[in-house]
Structures are given as C-alpha cells and as structure tokens.
Write a protein that binds this ligand. Structure first.
Ligand code: COA
Ligand code: AMP
Length: 641
C-alpha cells in the first residue's frame, strides 16, 4: 500500500493518472478519457465523462445485490422517531419524488430550493434533484425569510420544497410563514411550492396556498402518490449538482457551485482514504444538511461508499442529555463520527468527566473527525483521552467540498498534533504567502493560506451567476493561487496550523457568518449612525458576533431597548442562527485617518489581548472609551504603541 507522502506527491506531479485512477470508483455513463482540461485559467475535471449522482449513491448498490443494506437511518431525538431505509427503499422514494418534480416541469439544470428540517425528505429531495439533473440549493432552517428570499432571487428556482417546520428544543420553528414572506419579498420566480406536512409542527399546503396565492402549492404526499417514478438522467461531469450559499465579506451570500463528476470522484476518494468508510460501515455526521458538511458527509459521501449514514435530528446536549451522540454511536455501531468542536465543548460543559459514556458501548468507534471552526487544543486533549479513539481535526470550506487537510485514516494513520489540522490531501498544494503574494517557506512563518491552481476535483467550479465575483473573491489576490481566506503556518513535518480568517468572516458554533451582513442589518435601525460587528472569543461557540454602534445626532434611546431592537432585527433579517446578543453603544468608532474601522484592535481589546495602537489611528482616545466600555469584563487589555 502506498503511503500518504507518495500518494500526495503523485497527485500533484501526475494529476492525470492519479485522478483517472480515482475516477474508477465511480460508475460513469460515459467514462472520462481525460482527467483535466485547462483553458484560460479555468479548469474542468473529467471533461468527457457523464454520470448520474443518484445512480452512484443508490442504484449501483441495489444493482450490486446490496439493496437490503441500510442506506439511511433517521433518528430524531426531538420526536423519538427512528426509521431506517434500505438502499432499495431509498432509491424508490427518490425515484418517486424525482417523478413528482418532473411533473412540476423541473428538468435538467433547473434550480430547486430546499428549505427542509433534518428529516429523510431532505435527503430524498436532494437525491431526487440529482436524479433528473436539477440543481438543488439547500437553505439551512435557522435562516429567516430575508435570507431565503436573497437565495430565491439569486438561484431563481422554479420549485421550492419545504415542510411545515423544524424543531428546536422547547419550540417548533414554523417554516410556512417564512416561506410566504420570502415569496412576497422575491415575487414572480417560484412557481410551485411542495409542502411536507409534519404532525409535530403546524402548517399545511392548504394554509400556505391561502397565504401565497401567486404560487401553486402541493402537498408532498399527494404529489408523490400521483407521480410516476423517474429514471436517472446522465449529465456531463461538469454539470452543477448543487448551489450552496455561504457567507462572504459582503452582505450578499455567495452561491458556491459544485459539479457532479469531480465531486463524486473526490468524495469516493475521501470516504475510503480519509474517513476509512466503505460498504457495510456506518458513519455518523452530526451536522445539518443545510451546511456543506451535511451535503458531503451526511448525504453524498456515505451513500457513494455504499455505507449507512445517520440523519440525527437533535442537539449534542439536552435532547435529552450529554450522552445523545454516544447513544447513537453505540446503538448503530458507528465506525466514523464527524462533528463540530462546538458540539464537543457543549458536551464537555455539561459532562466534563464523560460520565455518560459508561452507559454506552463505543467499542465500534474508530475515529472522530472535527471541522468547521478552530479546535482548541484543550478540547482536543479532553476528547482524545476521554473517548479513547483518535480525534482528527481537519480543515475545509464550503468552497472545497471535501477536506483540504486531514489525516487520511484509510491510507496511513499519521499521528495528529494538537492545534494542527494535519496534512494536505491529494491535489491540494498548500502554500503560505505574505501580503505581496511571496511564498513563505520557513516552517512556522505565518501568512495567508493559498492553494496552487488548479484545485482538485470536487472543489467549487464558480459562484452562481458571477464569474467576476469568483475571480475577485478567490483568484485575483494571488495570481496562480486560490486564496482560502484563512491564515496560518506549516511546521517542519508539513502539518498545517489554521489560526483564523484574513477577512470579515466569523464562525459562530461552526456556522459561518459575515460580519458585513450583520452590519448591514444593524444600520437598518433608525437610531444607528455607524456600526462595526466583530467576532470575539466565546468559550462555547468559539466566536460570537459583538456589535458596536454609534447613534445619530439627537437620537435618545435607552441602550437596553436599543439592544433588544437590534437583536430582534438580526433575528428577523438573518435568523436565529446568527446568535446575535451583544450590543455596545459608543460615541465614536475607532478609525484610521482614512476612515477604516480598526476591527482587529477592537477585537483584541474585547478579547483582553495585548494590542498595539496603530500609527494610523485618527484619535487614540476613542480606544479608551472602548476599553472603558468592556472594562466590566474580566480581562483588562494592555496597550502598546
Ligand atoms: N432551525 C431553526 N433555528 C435554529 C436551527 C435550525 N435548524 N439551528 C439553530 N437554531 C437556532 C437555535 O434554536 C438558537 O435559537 P435561540 O437563539 O432562540 O436559542 C439559535 O439558532 C442559535 O443556535 P446555536 O448557535 O446552534 O446555539 P444553541 O444554543 O441552540 O446550540 C450547540 C448550541 C452547541 C448545541 C449547537 O450550536 C451545535 O450543535 N453546534 C454544532 C454546530 C454544527 O453542527 N455545525 C455544522 C458545521 S460542521
Ligand atoms: P464553512 O465554509 O462554513 O465550512 O467554513 C469554512 C471556514 O471555517 C474555514 O475557511 C475556516 O475559517 C474555518 N474552519 C473550518 N474547519 C476548520 C478547522 N479545522 N480549523 C480551523 N478553522 C476551520
């Protein structure tokens, strides 16, 4: 067996043969003769290949005689429901819903927006789109109507698939009023809405039909009952499988476009070589299908591998206790688990000695993968020692679709290092660059993390509808490289340490948010003159958004009332997922003489870190006011000049 180093070296020196070999793990309608085509700075993976993703995820396993293997286990801690789908059953449900979509006129390349809770219908709807060559765009349930509308306006779906709602501890999240509102904000685009009624959340297709008379509304069950199952349609390798919106530096989210063939090949490689999961194994990814982690490692990856995947509707703690994840691992014989560091910190807070473990047999668990945000070494040690299985911190982004750096557990069980996201995966040529784009080759030198082009299969092929924004966001900063937006360094052994973002993106409980979009919302308030939102340290969620505002002249408003109103405004415009709670009113914001807000210095002050007063500051006394404002906190920052 080749080692990690040989494998990685071959992927960058001989990408053609490396990826054509990897492509054999996928079933093609037209096998690709070439791996890579490059023209004018753009690239396409497997240009002549044609395939269908739902065939690869479902039919091929049924055809191989594995139709009775469990493909999907749904476990809802919120309702106490457990349900299993074999590969045959899931294929049939997907074919039926694909037929239903086709009956609504959905064809190849048409967009279908999915706003669904963590129920099997989310998986079925995604695969149904893939079956008929439609492009799905899943919107996370924690986003509000305005965010839904922005995505409708950008992706222009003809069909929206939703449910009566989701469940959060102690409350039902009703989706239909939000859908009705989004259709009002973005009228004339969506023609049909399909509603899956859940008895546990109020709201029916008929009620939405009254609230949104301009669209035709269908009940999921009735629509499916009348539909003819649809067969799979082969699409070119480069055909978009999905658009997934993620936060950028501005208020408008970026629609990351994923291809079909490159993604299938990359995920098949990752399942076997990174996660060490194959047919007969069970993988539990505790995320949400609304995030890239859910797309790649709840839905597509495990099913491509012929494994069993778990769709868990619940939280790591409180549903009912901090043993919820361990119960799932034991009950379903999970081999590989994946979650976000925040989930582990939440468990640790409630059950620091892992007492809950004693009630569950975790002997089948072989590794725990973590990603989505920085994993602090303390949590890493706690989990590694407490669980007795390797805990692998690995790093990737919505844009890349699969890990950039990881420990390839199926290939070579390299030792993890605390604080590091391990080593580059095939096709990812990771470099550290300084501000001028010069490479920093000394181990330990910190700079922007960039990836040499072309990116490997499975990574983004563009931003939906905006080649210019794609170039500006990722390719222009360092010609010949993709700019990840993260900063960090490599050590002597080639392990990467990701230290934080170089832009205004923050990560709250593993959820990626743009401070720019939060600022846009705060300025909607009549009393706010200027504002700055920064990501500050949070013991549980890694980061949280803190807002600083100045008031318009002559505005008199009680700070507590202003905070309540701003928190409500963010909830209304972005959604509860922003978890926005902190507002501080200042007389002025600290700025440079050219008017740039000193966000980094503000963050250092709030986090109680030593900070340097920038030479370009307009008025240093403004910082004193900020220090005074945060002085109630336990850490007093130190200034140097
Ligand atoms: N639909 C509607 N609302 C949602 C939601 C969803 N799918 N997911 C979260 N929310 C709401 C929460 O109910 C909460 O609302 P509240 O302000 O009324 O309490 C708010 O959004 C913030 O949620 P969150 O930041 O997740 O905090 P929490 O206190 O509800 O839960 C954890 C804390 C640690 C349990 C949770 O953050 C978690 O499981 N994190 C793991 C993150 C993860 O899986 N990331 C995916 C990338 S790998
Ligand atoms: P998302 O696109 O939501 O997956 O967020 C991607 C961003 O999350 C990355 O660019 C990083 O900033 C951060 N991130 C993801 N995984 C890690 C990790 N293992 N360590 C540090 N940061 C991470």
């Amino acid at each position: 067996m080749s080692t990690y180093r040989e494998t990685w070296a071959r992927s960058v020196t001989e990408p053609e043969t490396f990826w054509l070999d990897a492509a054999r793990a996928v079933e093609w309608d037209a096998a690709p003769a070439r791996a890579l085509e490059q023209t004018d700075g753009a690239w396409t993976w497997f240009p002549e290949g044609a395939l269908n993703m739902s065939v690869n995820a479902l039919d091929r396993h049924v055809d191989a005689g594995r139709g009775e293997t469990i493909a999907l286990r749904y476990d809802s801690a919120m309702t106490g429901t457990k349900k299993a789908y074999t590969y045959s059953e899931l294929r049939d449900r997907v074919a039926e819903f694909a037929g239903a979509l086709r009956g609504l006129g959905v064809g190849i390349g048409d967009r279908v927006l999915l706003y669904l809770p963590m129920t099997p219908e989310a998986v079925i709807a995604m695969l149904a789109c893939a079956r008929i060559g439609a492009v799905h765009s899943v919107v996370f349930g924690g986003f509000a109507a305005t965010e839904l509308a922005v995505r409708i306006e950008d992706a222009r779906p003809t069909v929206l698939v939703t449910a009566s709602g989701g469940l959060e501890p102690g409350r039902a999240v009703e989706y239909l009023p939000m859908v009705a509102r989004a259709l009002e904000i973005a009228p004339g685009i969506v023609e049909h809405v399909v509603v899956r009624h859940r008895a546990v959340v109020p709201g029916t297709a008929a009620e939405l039909a009254d609230a949104a008379p301009a669209v035709s509304v269908h009940d999921w069950d009735q629509l499916v009952a009348a539909a003819e199952p649809a067969g799979p349609v082969a699409v070119p390798s480069g055909h978009p499988l999905y658009i997934l919106y993620t936060s950028g530096t501005t208020g408008s989210p970026k629609g990351i476009v994923r291809d079909t063939g490159g993604y299938a090949v990359a995920l098949a490689w990752a399942m076997r070589n990174i996660y060490d999961v194959g047919a007969g194994d069970t993988m539990f990814t505790a995320s949400d299908v609304g995030w890239v982690v859910g797309h790649s490692f709840i839905v597509y990856g495990p099913l491509l591998a012929g494994a069993t995947t778990i769709l868990y509707e619940g939280k790591p703690v409180g549903t009912p206790d901090a043993g919820a994840f361990w119960r799932i691992v034991a009950e379903y014989g999970v081999k590989t688990m994946f979650t976000a560091p925040t989930a582990l910190r939440a468990i640790r807070r409630v059950d620091p000695d892992l007492d809950e473990l004693s009630a569950h047999d975790l002997s089948g668990l072989q590794s725990l993968f973590l990603a989505g945000e920085r994993l602090d070494p303390e949590t890493w040690h706690w989990a590694d020692e407490g669980l007795g299985v390797p805990v692998v911190d690995h790093w990737w982004q919505t844009e890349t679709g699969w890990p950039i750096c990881a420990i390839p557990r199926g290939l070579e069980r390299l030792e993890p290092k605390a604080g590091s996201t391990a080593v580059p995966m095939p096709g990812y040529d990771v470099r550290i660059l300084d501000g001028k784009g010069r490479e920093l080759t000394e181990p330990g030198d910190e700079g922007s993390i960039a990836l040499r082009l072309p990116l490997p299969p499975g990574t983004l092929t563009g931003i939906w509808g905006s080649p210019t924004r794609f170039r500006q966001s990722y390719l222009d900063a360092f010609p010949g490289f993709y700019a990840t937006g993260d900063a960090g360094h490599l050590d002597d052994d080639g392990y990467l340490f990701v230290m934080g973002r170089t832009d205004d993106v923050i990560n709250v409980a593993g959820h990626r948010l743009s401070t720019g979009s939060l600022e846009e919302v705060l300025t909607l308030h009549h009393a706010v003159a200027e504002c700055a939102v920064i990501g500050v340290h949070d013991e549980l969620k890694g980061q949280r958004a803190a807002g600083f505002v100045t008031l318009k002249a002559h505005e008199r408003i009680d700070p507590a009332q202003l905070e309540r109103e701003l928190v409500a405004l963010v909830r209304e415009h972005i959604g509860p997922v922003a978890a926005f709670r902190d507002v501080t009113v200042l007389d002025r914001l600290p700025k440079t003489r050219s008017g740039k807000i000193l966000r980094k210095t503000m963050r250092q002050i709030v986090d109680g870190e030593p900070y340097k007063i920038p030479a370009t500051i307009e008025d240093p006394t403004v910082l004193d006011a900020l220090v005074d404002a945060v002085r109630g906190a336990d850490r007093i920052p130190q200034a140097t000049r």
